[in-house]
Design a protein around this ligand. Structure first.
Ligand SMILES: [Fe+2]
Ligand SMILES: [Fe+2]
Length: 272
């Protein structure tokens, strides 16, 4: 039993990672990323889950096409309007930084989108909660790096504490994966991130990229790796990456006591 008056969340965040939208609607035989995303959002709607924030942690378009970002923006804006949610877009290795910036962040001037080819680092607020979204992508590469500019940005932002603490979001996990090819594509030099967030008000680090759920720590701070929207990774295949059909979102409840993360499995389309 919860104590009377127990409130599950001061802030309810739904994390959607690795959407991998394509212009054709299909990613591989039987894998339709747009349909999976829509089915997940419908599930939230039917269940009455009304997020305060939709957090999308990268690999949003499989090949970085503008049309995919436009489609995604329409879909997520529609869902966010229904629940009054804020939207945070974080780039992944499949995204094209400039197209992402232009289509999703309105990147024509200074601010979150900014101009030029540098990393897309952003700070968002929901009440007293701060969400710092970092760009861990390396153009043309699959692994992740937080460069000096990005780590400097994080350090500077954390210099002032947020009343309800901070969530750090990035695409590449700073913890290993049991799947060797994914471990090789994770964030390089994670101790650099660990050192910047040590002793700060960061409550949790959230990531995507591996297509499987994982929990770890960086120093003493929890790290959550979300499963994917487009398809899932078979974690029993440790030497070769093996994708399997499936869709899941993450639900992150940030109450006064700390984050609680659960997985929302999205059932496949009913047959017939
Ligand atoms: Fe991905
Ligand atoms: Fe990725």
């Amino acid at each position: 039993m919860f104590p009377e008056g127990f409130a599950l969340a001061a802030c309810l965040m739904v994390q959607i990672s690795d959407v991998h939208l394509t212009t054709t609607g299909s990613l591989a035989p039987g894998v339709r990323p747009g349909d999976n995303l829509l089915r997940g959002l419908r599930l939230l709607d039917v269940a009455g889950i009304r997020p305060d924030i939709f957090l999308l942690t990268g690999d949003l378009a499989d090949r970085g096409e503008a049309a995919c970002y436009d489609n995604l923006a329409r879909i997520i804006a529609d869902a966010a309007t229904r629940s009054g949610a804020g939207i945070i877009y974080v780039p992944g290795n499949h995204d094209d930084r400039d197209t992402f910036r232009r289509q999703l962040l309105g990147g024509t001037g200074p601010g979150p989108g900014g101009t030029g080819g540098g990393p897309i680092n952003q700070t968002h607020w929901r009440g007293g909660l701060r969400i710092i979204a970092l760009d861990s992508t390396v153009p043309g590469e699959d692994h992740g790096v937080l460069d000096d500019q990005t780590l400097g940005y994080l350090k500077s932002e954390l210099g002032t504490a947020a009343p309800e603490g901070t969530v750090v979001a990035l695409h590449h996990p700073p913890i290993p994966s049991p799947i060797r090819p994914m471990a090789e594509m994770s964030l390089r030099d994670p101790e650099r991130l660990r050192d910047v967030i040590a002793g700060s008000d960061v409550r949790i680090v959230v990531c995507g990229h591996t297509h499987h759920a994982a929990l770890g720590t960086l120093g003493s701070i929890p790290v959550w790796v979300s499963p994917a929207s487009a398809y899932l990774a078979d974690t029993t295949s440790t030497q070769v990456f093996h994708g399997v059909p499936g869709t899941a979102f993450s639900r992150i409840d940030l109450s006064g006591d700390g984050p609680m993360v659960t997985v929302i499995p999205v059932p496949p389309e009913a047959a017939g």
